[in-house]
Design a protein around this ligand. Structure first.
Ligand code: ADP
Ligand code: MG
Length: 411
């Protein structure tokens, strides 16, 4: 009997970890694999000083904080070197800013909107002599005119919409760029989309959802099952999987604006995507179940962390004289290899056939009610508690109805 220990490295999240731990406990897994029986327990990681030679006692980590907290990020790198499996890859996230993502996907033939990187407006931290010798004046209007309004100005890194602004004209552009200080900014052509899609991936499991960025946070994910055509859906799944495998991001989200069936990714460097029940509501059970499948698979099968992201193979495909859809299919072969898709499917079929049913019981239980109550009480003003608790329970009940139909029709 081997007990695998899953560490949860968290910021201020409550609903995702509560549900992950709750469902895992209810499942009470005893998985027999290659002559060994595996059980699981979880632990919430505390941030502490550590000796670089200490031996970690975790087998897997789900990490949700290293994008802003540097001490745990360095701890993660150390324990990965020691052999612990971590979702996501902190090495690639730290070194591949949004900007690298745009460059790499553009090179692979994906329709990244026209994007320029500008020098920081305030370069006073840089070496004055070097600036005088090797920096050049540039014409901001010329660049902007070549892109065309409307466009977005946004940090080359970052997230949470900080510093992102839509620009309609030259006056907007100059005012915003002049105020951008030391932050390095992109100018990016606005995708005047007719549909906006955000997909989550957990390992190779992908869920495309309609997303309305103009609504308040808790209303952005829209319940609409058929908003993508089959061809748009297929491309969305493939692009999201490509991003996951090429960066080693096994818990990520990908945002895409769609115009006339063409997908334009605008933000896909999100290795700590919002997973709260308040945002995901109807889709919340999907993320918890997917995490259980992927993380237990990694632990039970002894999946090794991939330090080498294999970019050369993707770039060789990019250089082939074939059209984009053919390239995408070839990238998918590399993704399938990265995510060990066949082995993963076999694992889920064989070892987790009861997951949906147990999850149905769990998400319709008073324990899930409590998770909703806790989240709403924390996030909404007191006079809205009752209304929003009912609202989220109603969405959960709708999920249960759909899920029940799915489970009973499958039988
Ligand atoms: N090129 C673009 N075209 C259309 N909308 C955009 C574009 N870039 C950003 N946006 C809008 O701004 C929002 C935030 O920008 P995004 O690049 O996603 O930044 P962040 O990483 O901070 O989430 C997006 O969800 C989208 O609504
Ligand atoms: Mg975004």
């Amino acid at each position: 009997m081997k007990e695998l220990k899953i560490g949860l490295l968290l910021g201020n999240e409550i609903s995702m970890p509560d549900a992950f731990e709750g469902l895992l406990k209810k499942l009470n897994l005893n998985i027999k694999y290659n002559g060994e029986t595996f059980t699981f327990n979880t632990d919430r990681i505390l941030i502490e000083p550590f000796n670089i030679r200490y031996k970690p006692n975790y087998d897997m980590i789900i990490e949700r904080v290293s994008h802003w907290h540097t001490n745990p990020r360095e701890w993660l790198k150390k324990i990965i070197i020691d052999g612990v499996y971590v979702v996501n890859n902190p090495f690639s996230f730290q070194s591949m800013e949004k900007h690298t993502g745009f460059c790499l996907l553009a090179k692979l033939g994906v329709f990244i909107p026209n994007t320029w990187l500008l020098p920081q407006k305030d370069q006073s931290d840089l070496l004055q002599e070097a600036l005088e010798l090797y920096s050049t004046f540039f014409d901001l209007d010329e660049i902007a005119d070549s892109i065309g309004y409307p466009m977005y100005i946004k940090p080359y890194d970052g997230g949470g919409w900080v510093g992102v602004k839509r620009l309609e004209n030259r006056a907007d552009l100059h005012e915003t760029y002049n105020g951008s200080g030391k932050r390095m900014m992109h100018l990016q052509k606005s995708v005047e989309y007719d549909k906006f899609c955000r997909a989550l991936n957990i390992g190779p499991q992908i869920l495309p959802m309609q997303y309305d960025p103009d609504r308040p946070l808790h209303e952005r994910y829209v319940i609409n099952f058929d908003f993508l055509t089959p061809s748009e859906g297929e491309k969305m799944v493939k692009i999201t999987k490509l991003v996951g495998s090429i960066f080693g991001w096994e818990y990520n989200s990908c945002e895409v604006g769609i115009i006339d069936g063409t997908l334009y990714p605008i933000d896909f460097s999100n290795p700590v995507p919002d997973s709260s029940v308040m945002s995901l509501h109807f889709y919340f059970p999907w993320i918890i179940k997917s995490l259980i499948r992927w993380v237990t698979f990694c632990g039970v099968t002894g999946r090794k962390f991939r330090f080498d992201l294999n970019w050369q193979k993707y770039l060789e495909i990019a250089d082939m004289d074939i059209d984009f859809m053919e390239k995408l299919d070839k990238y998918m072969e590399l993704s399938a290899d990265y995510f060990e898709e066949d082995k993963f499917k076999e694992y889920c079929d064989k070892h987790l056939p009861h997951l949906d049913e147990v999850a149905f019981e769990y998400f319709t239980s008073p324990e899930m009610d409590k998770i909703i109550e806790k989240k709403v009480t924390k996030k909404f003003p007191e006079h809205e508690h009752e209304e929003f608790i009912d609202h989220y329970k109603g969405l959960r009940d709708f999920w249960a109805k759909c899920e029940y139909n799915k489970l009973t029709t499958n039988e």
